[in-house]
Design a binder for this molecule. Structure first.
Ligand SMILES: Nc1ncnc2c1ncn2[C@@H]1O[C@H](COP(=O)(O)OP(=O)(O)OP(=O)(O)O)[C@@H](O)[C@H]1O
Length: 249
């Protein structure tokens, strides 16, 4: 399989934890600008695959390429600097800091200013403006100075997306961005995801089928660590293996 222009390309990826083979020879590519959904029953290996792509786990075998560069041996922070952004299923925010303070820290992550005292850098008007622009993309600019501890769960989830966007990723890995959200919040998050620019490639794990299927153009279905179906939304929905994988749960 050759896709020279793929944003992400995974070749024969394996991951075992002791005798448990969680990822068993996964091959797939994500094209620039694509909206790809990663589906699979509980325990299929979806989050493990995200951890392997982001660099939080080391593969047992196989390769991961970002825009043709082999990043398989790079640590997480170097992959983030190359353009792999992600959100987590479990919130990872600084709750005592303000909403904008969290985004400023994310903006500073890859810049030389991060070595200067945070208090001084955080007051830089240009940096603040940049952070407000990022917050506007997730509709949180009006809450910029609120401590994270005083925001709702849904607002925290949107802030996590803002922090990933602040690092200007080429590909964004979204791990269940709608999990635990109210109906109203789900609407807000799905609308802001639909507005993200097409130069950003998105790979998403999501169990909310209405939103996920509306969002995704292509779908990969993982089952017991193998991609058993990989194609357009219509092909994957129509494939009997999709139904079997979910019924077997
Ligand atoms: N660090 C680890 N050590 C041992 N086993 C692990 C580890 N991480 C994940 N696993 C196992 O790997 C399998 C796949 O887990 P993973 O979280 O990737 O699945 P998932 O498809 O994301 O599931 P869910 O939809 O429930 O989040 C599970 O059996 C899990 O217990």
């Amino acid at each position: 399989m050759t896709s020279p222009n793929a944003t992400l390309r995974i070749d024969d990826l394996h991951k075992s934890f002791g005798g448990l083979h969680v990822i068993q020879g996964v091959n797939f590519t994500v094209a620039p600008g694509e909206r790809r959904l990663l589906l699979g029953p509980n325990g299929a290996g979806k989050t493990t695959l995200f951890n392997l792509i982001a660099g939080d786990l080391k593969p047992t075998a196989g390769q991961i390429r970002l825009a043709d560069e082999d990043v398989s041996d790079l640590p997480t922070f170097r992959r983030a600097a190359r353009g792999i952004g992600r959100t987590f299923q479990i919130l990872t925010l600084f709750s005592r800091e303000s909403v904008i303070g969290n985004v400023i820290m994310a903006l500073l992550g890859g810049r030389p200013q991060r070595w200067k005292p945070y208090g001084a850098v955080a007051k830089d008007p240009a940096l603040r403006r940049e952070a407000l622009d990022v917050l506007a993309r997730v509709r949180l600019d009006t809450l910029a100075d609120r401590p994270v501890a005083e925001t709702s769960y849904g607002e925290k989830r949107r802030l996590e997306i803002a922090m990933a966007l602040a690092q200007a990723p080429r590909i964004l890995l979204l791990d269940e961005p709608l999990a635990g959200l109210s109906k109203e919040e789900r609407g807000t998050v799905s609308a802001l995801l639909a507005e993200l620019p097409r130069d950003l490639t998105i790979l998403m794990i999501e169990h909310d089928m209405d939103v996920a299927l509306a969002f995704a153009e292509k779908i990969a279905l993982l089952h017991h660590g193998r991609l058993i179906v990989d194609g357009t939304r219509e092909e994957v929905i129509a494939d009997p293996r999709t139904r079997e994988a979910y019924l077997a749960q």
